[in-house]
Design a protein around this ligand. Structure first.
Ligand code: ZN
Length: 135
């Protein structure tokens, strides 16, 4: 309780509420072509940092990039086709915006939970529930 009180006070006294969110660093995608496949080298570090299920993130990237993908035995994602690093980085930004960042307080401290059969984003910082796009 004391912690929450002081946290609330700290937040209300700080004009730059977005500071904590700005410090949320998602690893830049390290991608390289291999034949007709694009390898996402640090895929594991990325979903780990985002605290999301690898299958969920992979499904999103497949849909964003419009291709098929798989995860290899080293935890790397492999996309069929040639994708530039910037394209993958944009897709990750999109994922963070839709499935990680709280729409109310912009905290990344969130979880995907099931509510009445639908997946929603639950914020551990402010308690808000927000809708997420269907995958
Ligand atoms: Zn929130």
């Amino acid at each position: 309780m004391d912690y929450e009180d002081s946290l609330e006070r700290a937040l209300s006294e700080t004009p730059e509420v977005g500071d904590a969110v700005d410090r949320f660093q998602v690893p830049d995608p390290e991608v390289r072509p291999e034949g007709n496949v694009t390898i996402y080298e640090n895929f594991e570090a990325t979903y780990d940092r985002l605290n999301r299920d690898q299958g969920h993130l992979l499904k999103f990237l497949q849909s964003e990039l419009g291709t098929s993908a798989s995860i290899d035995d080293r935890g790397r994602a492999r996309f069929t086709g040639d994708f530039r690093q910037s394209r993958v980085a944009d897709a990750i930004d999109e994922y963070v915006e839709s499935f990680v960042t709280c729409s109310e307080c912009r905290s990344p401290d969130t979880r995907l939970v099931e509510e009445r059969g639908a997946t929603v984003l639950k914020c551990d910082a402010c308690g808000a529930l927000s809708a997420v796009p269907d995958l």
